[in-house]
Design a protein around this ligand. Sequence first.
Ligand code: AMP
Ligand code: MG
Length: 459
Amino acid sequence: MRMRLERVRPNIQKRHHDQPMNKGPQLPTKQAQSALPQYPAQTQEVGITLQRGGVCPIMEKGVTLERALELALHSPLSKQTETLHLEAGRGRITAKPLSSKVDDPRFDNSAMDGFAVMASDCVNSGAGLTIVGISQTGGQLPPRIIAGEACRIMTGAPLPEGADAIVMVEDTEVNGDQVTINGPARTGYIRKRAENLSMGQEALPTGTHLSSASIALAGTMGYGEVEVIKKPRIAILSTGDELVQPGTELEPGQIYESNSHALASLVESMGCEAVRHESANDSMDELRNTLDTLSDCDAILTSGGVSMGEWDLVRKIMEEEGDISFWRMKIRPGGPPLFGTWKGTPLFGLPGNPVSSLVVFHVLVAPWIERSLGYHHEMGPRINQKLSVKLEENISGAPEKLCLRRIRIRSENGQLLATTHTHQGSGNMHSLVAHNGLTLLPPDTDGKTGEVIDALWLL
Ligand code: AMP
Ligand code: MG
């Protein structure tokens, strides 16, 4: 996995907060409010904020996951394409459907090393046939056979005209130009022309993730080059005075920074390029400068600084100088995120709590990337999968919030069962490792033992 560090700050003693927090944003006047664009009826609690040079469009507060995605998709990732040699296509996403340039297989051929025969000659065990030639892969076309004749044949070599069955080499005995047939002559050992794919048949739709198998299929279909989505560059910026990179010495009050590494890995597994930046201090000036530097990327993911706290400066700077379209979501964990644009670049302000930031990536950022770039619903890159699981214990939901509790999903007796193990604190990264899924418990709904509920399986 490639992660690029655009700028690495030396491990200096981190500065402390450089600015007192201003009071919250002022509410605009009544006249200003009436001039604001209206969102559809499902708009929930709507907040209004002052932004760059005046009154901004409405910022919605406390939105559902569906509404959050809808709003974020007003500013999708921009999609560009490029053509790559097949071998460079690994992990990329196709920008065009690929239809086969050939029949696959191209001709009837043998699935076994053995003899091509007429089945009617081999009804009785011990039949003797005359060997009239050999069919080899990549060689001359084999001779036609008639009754009483057999042709040696290799796996994948063309079936001689006249033959309609294959006898495995293990079931034969050769003596000079004679062969004795001691086993069955099977028509099923013939691979029929185009039985896999016909010429012109579309096998890899737009939005396919080029795995090793799909790369091999593109090659089988005759493609030496593939047009793929150019990797969007997604910047990742952790914020917080307390954060230092793992592997260095900790001063009192400092903790190791982990979110940017996890987010970069998720971004890369979705076929995008992660531009991981060194974490920023809780400073308006540093945030502004860093966001400006990162705004030439296709999107920015920040972590931390979006809650209600005095030093939650990502929220403050986005309110005052960016454009926010929503803040806070009705999900647990992961309530505080925001989405907006910074100098025109889409920006997700993810929560700092490690579990929350990854959960919000899974439920919001991943679908936003998928939908922006048009990933195919079955063939596209996946980091999670929706499924139904049977609860083996009671799991409490959350008032008015979609509840995303960590669960461990396992398969037993043809059923997917879910249990919980570690405690569910949103700072407990161990819980995400010890579990492999999330409940999708609707607001105000508890899950009861034995009940089948929707869940996300984290791949
Ligand atoms: P915040 O959202 O900035 O208030 O952060 C919430 C909690 O998450 C705090 O305990 C932070 O120390 C922790 N935190 C924030 N960012 C990170 C990060 N990048 N890696 C690990 N922990 C973090
Ligand atoms: Mg913080």
